[in-house]
Ligand binder design. Structure first.
Ligand code: ZN
Length: 87
């Protein structure tokens, strides 16, 4: 496995292959969204595709710190619905 494909979860801090994560990206102009294509250019943050990590991330508002920006609660809710769409 290539090292460049490894990412760290913002919630549990575990390092895994990027296919195990949802990617949240911040574009240069400041827009923050769930990058479902995985190809958007910008600063990325990663969270495990599990309810525990997403709930924890939402509760602690982890992305605010990562992106040094107040992240809308809608984005966390979007992650929750993206996760439930997988099942
Ligand atoms: Zn995690």
């Amino acid at each position: 496995m290539k090292q460049t494909q490894m990412r760290r979860c913002v919630s549990c801090r575990e390092i895994k292959h990027k296919s195990n994560f949802f990617r949240i990206v911040k574009l240069a102009e400041g827009k923050i969204f769930v990058d479902k294509s995985g190809k958007a250019q910008g600063r990325g943050a990663y969270v495990c595709k599990c309810e525990k990590c997403i709930t924890e991330m939402k509760k602690r508002r982890r992305l605010d710190k990562t992106f040094k920006n107040a992240v809308s609660i809608d984005l966390y809710d979007d992650l929750v619905s993206t996760l439930s769409a997988l099942h």
